[in-house]
Design a protein around this ligand. Sequence first.
Ligand code: UT7
Length: 323
Amino acid sequence: MTRRAVVVGVGHYLPERIVPNSEFEKTLDTSDEWIRARSGIERRHFAAEGETTSNMATDAAKAALADAELAPGDIDAIILATSTADLTFPSAATMVQAELGMTSGFAFDVQAVCAGFAYALANANALILSGQANRVLVIGAETFSRIMDWTDRATCVLFGDGAGALVLEGQEGQGTSDDRGILSTDLNSDGRYKDLLYADGGVSTKTTGYVRMQGNQVFRHAVEKLASTAHAALEKAGLTADDVDWIVPHQANIRIISGTAKKMGLPMEKVVVTVQDHGNTSAASIPLALSVGKERGQIKPGDLLVTEAIGGGLAWGAVVLRW
Ligand code: UT7
């Protein structure tokens, strides 16, 4: 028997306000055509004034708990992947814990920018396999609209806000790749590339800063590193790309998503794509895609999924799981 971290619930939250590409044409030298052609993005959601990352994370968590038919008291730990927490401290995860009325267990944030959800899943898996926790709420939530430079057309048209959540539960498997749950994880970072994508502020510089990105440089790293981490994770699980039912990628750019699928030898029919509706929601993009993919009837119990993401750091990783 082998312990596995199995998905028993999923949910998401998107802010009410939807902003189409055409909105940016009013203030910037850009066009709906350019944004669609270069990124695949058509619209994105932006949080309302006063709406925070922990608010959105709490709503996504409630949806995932309802899907799992569990109460907050059934949860041992919360891991929240975000780079846009409400406050410098405490963690947004502890705010979610309080909002849910959960008075036991523990909660913390993980900060690996767009790769944050892969890092959070790997941490949750390790907690479950070690026996530290049995049910873990894993959330990705971001309000990147708060760190956009609205005069920088190369970044501000790309990002959106939102949150997604999974409930993972420790269950006994057979120790084979037919088991449900997380089958392997692969995490990487290389700080030599920190200048390619960063926020030019932070606590020790006394500012919040704005997102700065050398998009075409990140793009070049993305396809190669995403295909390679996905392959590494599949190999660790004793599987190949032929076994994959769904790639659930980080949703930054349709050209990166399709380039990675092609490099893996998989058709776009096997990829969950939400970038057109959400834009790049950083750590929230994978759980959002998982939740929407399930709602659409794409992801079904028993399907083999590979998730992959890359972002600031650079940090990147992949998780193979059977739904
Ligand atoms: O989630 C974290 C990881 N992030 C990513 O994965 C993002 C990776 N990068 C990308 O998605 C793409 O590089 C972008 C969508 C950001 C840009 O696409 P690109 O094909 O790499 O374009 P580029 O940066 O090479 O820019 C091409 C041209 C430039 O003009 P010149 O120098 O050729 O005259 C830009 O100034 O497009 C210009 N440009 C724009 N034009 C209209 C940049 N942004 C815009 C814009 N509207 N919004």
